[in-house]
Design a protein around this ligand. Structure first.
Ligand code: K2U
Ligand code: ZN
Length: 176
């Protein structure tokens, strides 16, 4: 398994709409393993394929508590098929927007249709942190980031900060 480099804001790749997975095969299963290893190493509780540079509609997550056994889950071509009217607010962060956190309101419960790593179609009714994480990751597959739910003022501030960080990381240009 391989830990993949994370795509960090303001990389335009994060705004790309990912393409549906066409075949569930061993290569995809190997990639899902790499995504899980990358997620655990970060550490995070979810990861979308675009965050490691692959515009594929696949996400991984593990919302198990620290004192519980690991429970890695893989969602291929996930679709939200229903949302509760009841909202829930949760503090969110993002591995592609490191060290920035903000409260985001989302539907408290969602039903998600997806394909599992055996190629079987499944349906999950999610609430709590699983619902938040699934919506956060499925947003990534559509090029949407959690900062898009903040005010324009806050969002522009975050983007400006990460554009400066990226500029400061650039290697010094040779002059002359
Ligand atoms: O997509 C990602 O960047 C992974 C996120 C997933 C996530 C964000 C917010 C809420 C639930 C899941 C990372 O795991 S960031 C870790 C995290 C989790 C909860 C709150 C703050 C940070
Ligand atoms: Zn994220």
């Amino acid at each position: 398994m391989t830990i993949r480099p994370l795509v960090i804001l303001p990389d335009p790749l994060l705004r790309q709409v990912s393409k549906p997975v066409e075949r569930v095969d061993d290569d995809l299963r190997k990639f899902a393993d790499d995504m899980l290893e990358t997620m655990y190493d970060a550490p995070g509780i979810g990861l979308a394929a675009i965050q490691v540079g692959e515009p594929l509609r696949m996400l991984v997550l593990d919302v198990s508590e620290k004192d519980e056994p690991k429970n890695p889950q893989v969602f291929i071509n996930p679709e939200i098929v229903s949302r509760s009217d009841e909202p829930n607010v949760h503090e969110e962060g993002c591995l592609s927007i490191p060290d920035y956190y903000a409260e985001v309101e989302r539907p408290a419960r969602v039903t998600v249709k997806y394909i599992d790593l055996e190629g079987k179609e499944r349906l999950v009714e999610a609430d709590g942190i699983l619902a938040t994480c699934l919506q956060h990751e499925i947003d990534h597959l559509n090029g949407v980031l959690f900062i898009d739910y903040l005010s324009k003022l806050k969002r522009d501030m975050v983007v400006r900060k990460f554009k400066k960080l990226a500029k400061d990381r650039q290697p010094a240009r040779m002059v002359g």
